[in-house]
Design a protein around this ligand. Structure first.
Ligand SMILES: [Zn+2]
Length: 250
């Protein structure tokens, strides 16, 4: 499994826009709309096939340099999540796609990258679990120490995730000079988050039961919870939430 990360400030974060191009399919030129990817010369678009060039429900990346309307495919047909990940995967590798098709075709590095990307996709499609092309983060994180209301020199009642929540609770009582809000010294254990690069659009899912507060505790206990809640273990460091497991099925 490849682990990579786009460089900071990559142009892949520019607002996308739709662009007309003509896809060469056999002897036909099929008019299509593709979305800009932030990588000059590469578009993201629907895959078409069959005698009527109908939408296959898969997606692909298209090479269409500035100054031409003809597009040629860069990837095979891919499920949506993989095609989106392929953009990030290519953004992290330094290749100028904004060149005429003939130049890109003759560039051995472009060919190598396409072969490598295909290999990464085949490797990601495991027998028991379809994984992302790469992972964006490790899944295990220590839970932050909680906040508590203290009365005199003893903690009173529940733990709170934020100072504000504990302070708001403390204000419900009569003003009391003995009440203070303090943070615990130690983490209460581990939390688990999804490692897929596009999970939650930048805010990945946490293992939780019915609210936004991540479950925390010992790793063994969280592992058991994760299995019950349909999370999938990809490796020691990487877990996938149920949505990302589903998104990577072919
Ligand atoms: Zn996820």
């Amino acid at each position: 499994m490849l682990c990579t990360k786009p460089r900071d400030g990559n142009a892949a974060e520019e607002a996308p826009r739709l662009t007309l191009y003509y896809l060469a399919v056999g002897t036909d030129l099929v008019p299509m709309h593709g979305e800009t990817t932030g990588i000059a010369g590469l578009l993201f678009g629907p895959a078409v096939g069959g005698s009527r060039n109908a939408f296959t429900r898969h997606w692909m990346l298209i090479h269409r340099p500035d100054g031409t309307r003809i597009g040629t495919r860069v990837t095979q047909d891919l499920p949506y999540a993989y095609a989106r990940e392929a953009v990030l995967w290519l953004a992290g590798r330094d290749l100028d796609w904004n060149r005429p098709a003939e130049q890109v075709r003759r560039d051995p590095r472009a060919k190598d990258l396409q072969t490598e990307l295909h290999g990464a996709f085949m490797a990601a499609q495991g027998l028991t679990l379809a994984e992302p092309l790469f992972y964006a983060r490790t899944s295990w994180l220590p839970a932050p120490p909680p906040w508590r209301i203290w009365q005199s020199d003893r903690p009173a009642g529940d733990a709170f995730a934020t100072f504000e929540a504990a302070a708001a609770e403390a204000d419900l009582h009569e003003p009391d000079p003995d009440l203070t809000v303090r943070r615990d010294d130690a983490s209460p254990g581990w939390t688990l988050r999804c490692a897929a690069p596009l999970c939650g659009d930048g805010s990945p899912a946490w293992l939780t039961v019915d609210d936004d507060t991540p479950l925390h505790g010992a790793r063994d206990a969280l592992t058991a919870d994760a299995c019950v809640l349909d999370w999938a273990r990809a490796s020691r460091q990487h877990w996938l939430c149920p949505d990302c497991v589903r998104d990577h099925q072919r």
